[in-house]
Structure formats: C-alpha cells, structure tokens
Design a protein around this ligand. Structure first.
Ligand code: CMX
Length: 438
C-alpha cells in the first residue's frame, strides 16, 4: 500500500470507530431547532451533515482543516512563482496534516502516474457538437470514465463494507489525476481547432494543466496553482459538494458522484457565476461604448441590472457575510502581477460601488464579492479569454475537495442520505397548531 493510502487509513479508520461510540453515547443530544423560513429557503443555517475537510465561518470565511487561506498561503509548499501547490491542499484535506515539500511531490508524482485517460473518453468528447457547453462536456467525460471505477468493480464482486474506502481511494486519486487532461482536451477541441498538447510529466499538476491548455508562461502557471488551490472546498452544504455527497451516499462511485456535483457547479448561482461576471462586465463596457466606465456609470448599470430582476454576478453568498477571502487572495495576486490591467481596475471599482447599492435594497444578506467576482479578470490577463470555459477550471479544483470528502464518507461509513420532506398543507397544519398553543 502506498504511503499516502496508509496514512489516510491510519487517520480515518479509528475516527470511524470513534464516531460509532459518539453516536451511541451522545446521539440523543439536541443541536438546535429550525424555522419554517429555513425549510422554504434552502435549509440555510440548518446543520444537516458532517464534512471533515473544511468549515465555513460566515465572518471569517473558509478554513481548510482549521487553517484560513492567509495561513495556508504561508504554510503550504509552493511551486516556482511563489504560489502554493494544489497537491499540498489535497494532502491536507485528505490527511488533516500539513504536507512537507516531499509529501506534495509524492502526490504530484502519483497523479502523473495515474493520469492516463482512456481513449473512449476522448472519442465520446469528439462525438459531441463543438458548441456543447464546456461544463456539459466535462460532466459527460467524468461520467464516461465510470467504466474505470475500482469501487463499482469491487462492489460487484461483493466487497465487505469495512473495505469500501480502499477502492474509493484508488478512484479518487485516478479521477483527480485525469481531470486536467480532460479539461485541457475540452478547451483545445472547443477553442483551438482540436490541436492538443501532450502532458509534460516533469511539471507539477497545476503547471502541467496550464501547459496542456497552451499557456507556458510562468505567470499563468502561478495563477493556475493559486486558482486550483483556493477553489477546492467550501464545506459540505454548497451545491457541488452536497450533490456529490448525496449521490455518493447511495454508494454511487466517485465518477457518478462527481459528475452530479459538476452539474450543480454549472448553475449560474454557483460556479457558472465566474463566466457570468465576465459576460456582465463586457455587457457593461458595450453599454458605455467601450470607454472606461466611471463609478457613476457602474452604479447606474448595477441599478439597471437589479431593476431588470437579474442578479449582479459575483456578489452575495448563502453563508458568507463579508468579502470572500478567496476574492482577497485573487485581488492580492492582481495587485502584484497586473496592477495596471484595465479590467482589474473595473473589478476594483465594482468593489467600491456594488456593496452600497446591494445594501440599499434592504434584502440582500451579503452585499460583498465572492470568489467568482475576480477569477475571470486574472485569466483574461494571461490570455485565457474564453469565459464559457471558466467553470471547468473551478470544477477541476472543486473535485479535490468533494472527492476527498466522499472518500471520508466511505471510510467513516456514512449512511444513505434521506431527509424528510413535507407539503405546504402540512406546514399550514403546524402553523395552526402553533397558534392554538400560543
Ligand atoms: N444581485 C441581486 N440580487 C441578489 C444578489 C445579487 N448578487 N444576491 C442576493 N440577491 C437577492 C436574492 O436573489 C434574493 O432575492 P428574492 O428575495 O427576490 O428571491 C434576496 O437577495 C435574498 O438573497 P440572500 O438570502 O441574500 O442570498 P441567497 O442565499 O438566496 O443566494 C447567492 C446566495 C450566491 C445565490 C446570491 O447572492 C446570488 O444570486 N449571487 C449572484 C450569483 C453569484 O455570484 N453566485 C456565486 C456564489 C459563489 C459560488 O457558489 O460560486
């Protein structure tokens, strides 16, 4: 068994026993109560699952295994160009421990070894119309890899449930290893005439991804490492993580589960917002005849968007109540590498203008920018301008979080998820009961 797999087993299997005892002895403790509004409004704030890899605090932002983004920027191993290696955050999410440089390198090597994508996946992609949205292609390609599932094969043979984690580990490692190749293939077939670029096994995972997309400059490689690190995980309740967890709870394998999660990420209120932000900024520029808009212009355009009953993409969040630390990390990158970029200046102006307008509506709970408000502008600066592709980049990164989490689900023996649901008539009956006892 390889070192990482052994380490994972040594961490996860004792916790599985501990959780069994915890439920037996303390399972009756009440955690909280919830309201009718929460049930109708997407279960926000209701504790409904356990996710070991990360925890989101509404004021502080995301913590990965207890570490904030600024802390991790100091503590995780870095690639050339100074940005953290996504291999490092994978190691942290998987084991709960900070990786050494050697640990991150081992993950890099393991992913390079496992990165071969079966030919039928490329054949399937080539059979799709060129105009198929990149996220549709990405989700289908992940599903097409299901033929490779070690977990599905082991289940068919009759594996003991205590061993589920073992073939799941293999699937998770293989799947993550192959995603950059698949994503790059989608990009090159959609936008670069089907001229593909072979992987370079000497490069780390993020740099190799940039290389296969067709970007060999150090700036883009550094950006890719940053991008793939900060988008990995956002606790368990967001749509992509929850969909992956939910589908996986039926013992669907990693490929079925991740494909489901990616279908959720493709929604404009979730990951697709990164493409919508750029589209919205381009529309704004066209609206003002391509001149640099003033703050007043931007304010008017935001008000127009709201008046049309549309959302301002890149702003707001279901949990966060302050500026997303992932936005700040990207802003700092821009300040260092592209301070004079015109689109970056517009993004900065939006940051000054949008929150006040959103606050003034009186209903938007978080007027601050989220991760998606910034990413597109950085990618455009380095030449990746095809914004319909951006959510695929998000998906490659998010796979790290949701799949490590799914692996923990299997190791901890989490059961099938099956929340209760009610009708509005049932709700009305509860309201009558509450009135009668008041
Ligand atoms: N622009 C306009 N209206 C907004 C808004 C925004 N950026 N954010 C919230 N609102 C509106 C909601 O649509 C809702 O309106 P109604 O009461 O008319 O239905 C009201 O404000 C209250 O919403 P909320 O409780 O503040 O926010 P939700 O938890 O319901 O939604 C989110 C959160 C992210 C979907 C929402 O803020 C939004 O649509 N933002 C724009 C899209 C976006 O950037 N999504 C990416 C999020 C990060 C990610 O997952 O990648």
């Amino acid at each position: 068994m390889d070192r990482l797999k052994e380490k994972f087993a040594a961490k996860a299997l004792p916790l599985a026993d501990e959780i069994k005892t915890l439920i037996k002895e303390h399972g009756h403790i009440v955690l909280g109560s919830y309201t009718i509004e929460q049930v109708y409004h997407g279960m926000k704030g209701m504790i409904g699952m356990v996710t070991e890899t990360s925890k989101l605090d509404s004021e502080e932002g995301i913590r990965f295994r207890g570490y904030s983004i600024p802390e991790l920027r100091q503590k995780l191993p870095r690639g050339s160009g100074g940005e953290n290696l996504p291999e490092g955050i994978f190691y942290l999410l998987l084991t709960g421990d900070l990786p050494t440089e050697e640990d991150a390198r081992e993950v890099s090597n393991a992913w390079a070894r496992r990165s071969h994508v079966p030919k039928h996946v490329f054949d399937m992609l080539d059979s799709l119309p060129k105009g198929t949205h990149p996220m549709t292609q990405f989700s289908l390609a992940i599903l097409a890899m299901q033929t490779e599932s070690n977990f599905a094969a082991a289940y068919r043979k009759g594996i003991n449930k205590k061993q589920y984690w073992d073939p799941m580990f293999e699937d998770v490692m293989n799947c993550i290893a192959r995603l950059p190749r698949i994503a790059a293939y989608i990009y090159r077939r959609t936008y670069k005439g089907g001229v593909h670029i072979e992987p370079d096994p000497k490069l780390d995972w993020g740099a190799n991804f940039a290389h296969m997309l067709g970007f060999d400059d150090d700036g883009m490689k550094a950006l890719m490492r940053l991008y793939l690190t900060i988008h990995v995980d956002h606790e368990g309740g967001n749509v992509s993580a929850h969909a992956t967890h939910l589908v996986g709870s039926a013992l669907s394998d990693a490929y079925y589960s991740l494909s489901a999660g990616m279908n959720g990420l493709a929604g404009p209120l979730h990951g697709l917002a990164n493409q919508e932000v750029v589209r919205w900024i381009y529309d704004l520029r066209t609206h003002y005849g391509e001149k640099m808009p003033t703050k007043e212009d931007i304010a008017d355009y935001v008000k127009k968007t709201l008046a049309e009953g549309r959302v301002v993409p890149g702003y707001g969040h279901a949990v966060l109540r302050k500026t997303d630390p992932r936005y700040i990390a990207q802003m700092e990158f821009a300040q260092t590498h592209l301070a004079d970029d015109e689109l970056f200046k517009i993004v900065q102006m939006l940051y000054e203008v949008v929150p006040e307008i959103l606050k003034s509506t009186g209903k938007i709970k978080n007027p601050w920018p989220n991760v998606d408000a910034h990413s597109g502008v950085l990618l455009i600066h380095y030449g990746l301008t095809e914004y319909d592709f951006y959510t695929v980049l998000f998906g490659v990164s998010r796979a790290i979080g949701v799949l490590t989490s799914l692996l923990w689900d299997r190791a901890l023996g989490h059961p099938i998820e099956r929340p209760g649901s009610v009708t509005t008539d049932w709700m009305k009956a509860q309201i009558e009961k509450a009135k009668a006892t008041a």
